[in-house]
Design a protein around this ligand. Structure first.
Ligand SMILES: [Zn+2]
Length: 91
């Protein structure tokens, strides 16, 4: 899957988010899903149709899951997931 960095542009700073995969979940629900690398951490984001999203973080040393209650688009979820990760790292 090809993705240019220009496709991820928005008003926010997403230059340090690498997209490994984008598509639909194969877990049965078929929700939009992306695999990202942010701050050397593997992040899977999963957008539910009800306006919530999940982020699954895997740094290699630890795993973490976070629910975001008010995201309706993948770009919003990407930003929320990045902000939460920065909080985890104390940035
Ligand atoms: Zn789902």
């Amino acid at each position: 899957m090809q993705l240019s960095s220009k496709e991820i542009s928005s008003g926010n700073d997403l230059s340090d988010i690498e997209v490994l995969r984008r598509g639909l979940s194969d877990e049965g629900c078929g929700c939009p899903e992306e695999e990202l690398v942010i701050l050397n951490t593997h992040v899977t984001i999963h957008l539910e149709p009800d306006g919530s999203g999940h982020a699954f973080y895997d740094s290699g040393d630890w795993q973490e899951e976070e629910l975001f209650a008010d995201v309706t688009t993948i770009p919003e979820l990407r930003i929320a997931a990045k902000k939460h990760l920065e909080k985890l790292y104390g940035i």
